[in-house]
Ligand binder design. Structure first.
Ligand code: BG6
Length: 255
């Protein structure tokens, strides 16, 4: 379909907003699938969004990933958000260091002069280990802070890509395929309709907690992620999408 190409970015944003019942859609030009600068712009847009929404005493939770990692250097000088707390949304040391949620949380806190708390917990733990860790007092206090977040910024990935990146077992991958998982966010896997079909046990934010978070913004772009973004947004828990033109056009095109 060619018609969508005559739409400007504003019109695209408006259509996506209506499609998924969002309060705000921000679209940066370009396509971060093949243009690194577009991904950098996504990070900038997310940083601007966060600056605009910060308030005294608020807690901000962030996930990991290469997209969120672009926020770290995008804040500029002169912000002193001393009363803000930044936390990782879920524990996880499995990713490359620069892309770990904890590292990103600490670096964002550094950039805006905020406080941070970390969860030093590896990914892919056995469920029994997760249960034991959840009862540790130190972990409990951090988890409580995470669950009380006011703003959540999270990435979205294609289900199979994230399953491989996270080193899921081949039975788990088969299961995801059987359930037709398309998108992933916060270690939850979603099918086309936005139904959660699988969850990797972890420590930190869980789906029921999202109800109490005032602002939930997904930050993801690239036309390769369009289906994943649609799958995750169809679950209807986000209020904001920060994306790029490549993903946005594909989302509209296929509708
Ligand atoms: C992860 C998030 O760290 O980043 C995932 O926890 C998300 O939920 C992923 O899917 C996206 O990664 P990237 O590198 O594509 O931004």
């Amino acid at each position: 379909e060619l018609i969508p190409y005559i739409f400007g970015i504003q019109t695209l944003a408006e259509r996506i907003k209506q499609m998924f019942n969002l309060t705000e859609v921000i679209i940066v030009p370009g396509d971060s699938q093949d243009d690194y600068l577009a991904k950098r712009d996504l990070g900038r847009a997310a940083a601007r969004f966060l600056k605009r929404n910060l308030y005294l005493g608020c807690t901000v939770a962030v996930t990991g990933g290469s997209t969120l990692a672009e926020m770290v250097t995008a804040f500029g000088d002169g912000i002193n958000a001393r009363d803000v707390l930044v936390v990782p949304a879920r524990g996880g040391l499995g990713e490359e260091m620069e892309q770990q949620a904890g590292v990103i949380a600490a670096r964002i806190a550094g950039a805006i002069g905020a406080q941070y708390r970390l969860l030093h917990i590896p990914d892919n733990l056995e469920e029994s280990t997760v249960e034991i860790l959840k009862n540790d007092v130190h972990i409990k206090t951090v988890v409580q802070a995470i669950k009380n977040s006011d703003i959540l910024l999270h990435g979205i990935g294609s289900a199979m890509e994230m399953a491989n990146r996270r080193g899921l077992a081949s039975e788990e991958i088969d299961y995801l395929q059987e359930k037709r998982a398309i998108g992933e966010a916060l270690r939850y896997y979603f099918d086309k309709k936005g139904k959660i079909v699988y969850e990797v046990p972890g420590i930190g934010l869980e789906f029921p907690d999202l109800q109490n978070i005032g602002i939930i913004a997904a930050v993801a772009g690239g036309k390769n992620k369009a289906d994943a973004i649609k799958a995750v947004l169809s679950h209807q828990h986000e209020s904001v999408l920060i994306t790029d033109e490549g993903a946005a056009r594909k989302i509209i095109e296929e509708n």
